[in-house]
Design a protein around this ligand. Structure first.
Ligand SMILES: NC(=O)c1ccc[n+]([C@@H]2O[C@H](COP(=O)([O-])OP(=O)(O)OC[C@H]3O[C@@H](n4cnc5c(N)ncnc54)[C@H](OP(=O)(O)O)[C@@H]3O)[C@@H](O)[C@H]2O)c1
Length: 410
């Protein structure tokens, strides 16, 4: 495409970052023509282009051929993106909720209007994971993709490890500009679930409604859970995981115990990491800033740049082969509560460890995923659930054998 004439929606954390990044980049044949924000009473930095407050200023401007959508309201973003695609404009967005909930419909609209819809910034901030899943892993069979895709919760968990309280850490994350306006989306695992939904489409070619994926967040983790992790030499990380086997695709978001040899163990603060396992390439780690003004703007900039050579996602993994989500599998988990009675109604397949003390108890063992799904974990203040990764499970079993305690009461 010759010249990119951009209409920018949103001038907040990412939008203003993009404005600066684009102004400093003179290699791109791209220019912001107009900016549309929401609140006309807000005082703002001076810009070289007008800041307007009416969406039609961009959507109906026939000169503008690219819409960059960086607002913080997914319903309004849907209207903006839909109308822009219908008007034959290419769209770049970083809105994971919008993409996760409406992807198939928006892909169809983009195809009907022969335009691109790109959203690298929507998953794992600056990490170029979508483009890699589309291009690099096109001919290699992926078996799993998992990782830390939410900067806010990783920041909170990092601080929790250092003894800082949950609310203090959340406030710090918000001040630094990488917590979402509504922290529920982050701390209850919705934001990583939206990203997982998008990853499922590009990694395995399946369309899943986010409402069909389980998300367990970090809000109810107790100081004793962190202490348990420290004692065992693990760190707690909120993981979005998807893997493929002969039964189908397993996918969910939940806190995990990660052992020190795991590539995500040292991923701290707002950093993200995605581990891709492919048949021939084997394991590969993508690491980088998962949020923040410039890191996210860099992913948006890369999408804008890709439009110069008419780049489009091809969704080549979408095949008629009937791959679908399965819930028929087992996980090795730790579940804690203030009393043992609160744990008794949860049906384990096998219990390897039971700890009971005044005010804190836990069980460790095998549980069916269907059983986990029966509970709304984010609403159960008293209950925390953590999953052992395959290796942390092995390490735990070896150390517990050495200590030879399995059932202990204090
Ligand atoms: N922050 C991050 O680190 C990050 C990382 C990855 C992805 N994202 C995604 O990037 C998007 C933007 O996030 P952000 O952090 O930059 O949000 P933000 O700082 O809260 O800024 C939101 C901007 O959107 C504008 N806005 C809201 N509704 C609008 C409407 N109807 N029309 C026009 N403008 C509207 C606001 O206008 P006013 O200025 O007038 O209030 C504000 O400028 C979101 O989808 C977010 O999920 C953010």
């Amino acid at each position: 495409m010759s010249h990119l004439k951009i209409g920018l929606f949103g001038f907040g954390c990412v939008g203003s970052g993009l404005y600066q990044v684009l102004n400093q980049n003179n290699q791109l044949n791209a220019k912001i023509q107009k900016i549309v924000a929401k609140d006309p009473t807000k005082s703002r930095e001076k810009t070289s282009v007008p800041i307007l407050y009416d969406a039609s200023e961009i959507v109906n401007d026939t000169e503008i051929n690219v819409v960059v959508e960086l607002i913080n309201d997914s319903n309004e973003a849907y209207e903006i993106v839909k109308e822009s695609l219908k008007k034959g404009k290419h769209v770049v967005t970083a809105n994971k909720k919008l993409i996760a909930e409406r992807l198939d419909e928006l892909i169809q609209l983009a195809n009907e209007n022969n335009v691109s819809l790109l959203y690298e910034g929507a998953v794992a901030g600056s990490i170029p994971i979508i483009r890699n899943l589309e291009e690099y892993y096109n001919n290699d069979t992926l078996t799993s993709i998992e990782g830390i895709v939410n900067g806010t919760t990783n920041y909170i968990l990092t601080k929790a490890n250092q003894g800082i309280s949950y609310s203090e850490a959340l406030l710090e994350a918000q001040k630094k500009g990488f917590a979402e306006a509504d922290p529920t989306l982050d701390v209850d695992g919705f934001d990583p679930k939206f990203k997982l939904t998008i990853l499922l489409k590009h990694a395995f070619g399946i369309s899943v409604s986010p409402s069909n994926l389980l998300n367990i967040g970090i809000r109810n983790l107790k100081p004793q859970d962190i202490q348990y992790a420290n004692e065992k030499g693990f760190r707690i990380k909120l993981f979005a995981s998807a893997s493929k086997d002969e039964h189908g695709i397993t996918a969910f978001v939940a806190p995990h115990f990660i052992e020190s040899s795991h590539s995500a163990y040292h991923v701290d603060d707002e950093f993200n990491a995605v581990v891709v396992q492919a048949a021939y390439a084997d394991k590969q780690l993508f690491y980088g800033k998962g949020a923040g003004s410039f890191p996210t703007a860099s992913a948006v900039l890369s999408d804008i740049s890709a439009l110069q050579f008419n780049y489009r996602y091809e969704y080549r993994k979408t095949t008629p082969e009937l791959l679908s989500l399965t819930t028929d599998f087992e996980l090795y988990v730790y579940i804690s509560a203030t009393t043992k009675e609160s744990l008794d109604h949860i049906e384990f397949e096998e219990i390897d460890d039971l700890y009971v003390s005044k005010g804190f108890s836990y069980k460790i063992g095998k549980i069916r995923f269907n059983e986990i799904q029966k509970i709304n974990w984010n609403d159960q203040e008293d209950l925390s659930l953590l999953i052992f990764s395959e290796s942390s499970n092995r390490i735990l079993k070896e150390s517990d054998k050495a200590n030879s305690y399995n059932f202990h009461y204090n």
